[in-house]
Design a protein around this ligand. Structure first.
Ligand code: FE
Length: 391
């Protein structure tokens, strides 16, 4: 038996934030990040709409990027003190992910991260509160997914939480909020969305329910990302919806080794963080070439769906990779990790350990072609030097 889960309600379109006025409840806590939502006035709007709904409102502010266990625990405590029946999270992926974890610890104070990291093992939520997610970036799609990533900085571990209990009840896709993204973030998050949809489409868990969402999302990213990157508001709006469709696909079909590699390389090098979407964008064409041995027909479906032509599936896969290269170039994304600026000596020192970690990442299991740590290491070498994937 398989399961397909999405939020109960999705509100979209300019001004859809106003839906908050109609929520029924007594108390709402608003979980938000470092300041852009406040600066652009969306935090004030959120609070005033909730008050208009007759609710008492409390803020939990300053959730940091890559939220920590401590932030989650502080938020859960604030929730236990206040007793909200709505948790409203607004901002990038981080405050929404943090709020999802806070929600679990609010309802189950005795639980631990160790208990929660076993996939799909959460206790039954919604005993105390329901959850609204309002994204300001167009990529992670955390507003519709069953996932959250929390970092334990003391132990140096990321806890990937996965359970349909933390799929939000309501997602609000108000394109005016996504207009706040700067161009580089638009590029990276957009390519993250493309990767979500491509990986979901070829995942071993793909289904008739996820396929149309993934294909439409891929088509929308190719149609709208360049103009969205260049500041076109209409394109930005379509990207906000397209990334959400990608999220609906991958929360149900899961992902693959592009994400395994991005997760484990993101914070691995002393030269600085590789933004998640940028890492995915670099790795995607290489992984397509690796996976094509098992999933050529599926990638060819994608190529045909976005209007590419070719005499064979192999030619279509090549064209799809070419299209991704072309977009990366348009968006200022490098072709290799070397070009990104990762030091060669450090890369060589760390590559086999990273390969092992990527092999054991939660996203590896649904990749369409089996992969061993040694294959992962070869792939990482290809993405570093830009060499052909021919194994
Ligand atoms: Fe992602």
């Amino acid at each position: 038996m398989s399961r397909f889960t999405l939020p109960r309600d999705l509100y979209y379109g300019k001004g859809s934030l106003e839906i908050l006025k109609t929520l029924k409840g007594k108390k709402a806590i608003v979980v938000v990040g470092g300041g852009s939502m406040k600066r652009f006035g969306f935090l004030d709007k959120t609070v005033s709409y909730l008050k208009e709904a007759g609710m008492e409102v409390k803020l939990f502010e300053n959730v940091e990027p890559d939220p920590s266990v401590e932030t989650v625990m502080r938020g859960a405590e604030a929730m236990r003190d206040f007793g909200p029946d709505w948790i409203v999270s607004i901002g990038g992926g981080s405050p929404i992910d943090a709020a999802k974890a806070m929600w679990a610890f609010y309802e189950y104070p005795e639980t631990t991260f160790e208990q929660l990291i076993t996939p799909f093992s959460f206790p039954e939520l919604r005993q105390k509160a329901r959850f609204v997610a309002i994204p300001s970036t167009s990529g992670t799609a955390t507003e519709v997914t069953a996932f959250s990533v929390i970092t334990d900085y003391k132990k140096g571990i990321k806890y990937p939480l996965a359970d349909y209990n933390i799929t939000p009840d309501i997602a609000v896709l108000d394109p005016e909020i996504a207009e706040t993204m700067p161009p580089k973030l638009t590029a990276h998050t957009g390519m993250d969305a493309l990767t979500h949809a491509v990986e979901a489409y070829v995942s071993t868990l793909n289904s008739p329910f996820t396929d149309p969402l993934a294909l439409k999302a891929i088509d929308m990213v190719f149609k709208y990302l360049p103009d969205s990157y260049n500041g076109d508001k209409g394109a930005r709006e379509q990207m906000h919806y397209g990334q959400c469709l990608a999220g609906m696909a991958f929360t149900n079909a899961l992902l693959g080794i592009v994400h395994s590699m991005a997760h484990k390389t993101g914070a691995a090098f002393s030269t600085g963080h590789i933004p998640h979407g940028c890492a995915n964008a670099i790795y995607l064409p290489y992984v397509i070439k690796y996976n094509a041995k098992n999933a050529e027909a599926r990638y060819a479906d994608i190529a045909r769906f976005v209007g590419l032509e070719g005499a064979s599936d192999a030619e279509l896969v090549k064209k799809l990779c070419g299209r991704i290269d072309e977009y990366n170039q348009k968006l200022g994304i490098p072709k290799t990790l070397k070009e990104f600026g990762i030091n060669e000596t450090e890369f060589k020192e760390k590559v086999s350990k990273i390969a092992e970690l990527a092999f054991s990442d939660a996203c590896t299991g649904s990749n369409p072609r089996a992969v061993m740590p040694a294959d992962m290491e070869k792939l990482l070498n290809c993405v570093y030097y830009g060499t052909e994937v021919n194994f």
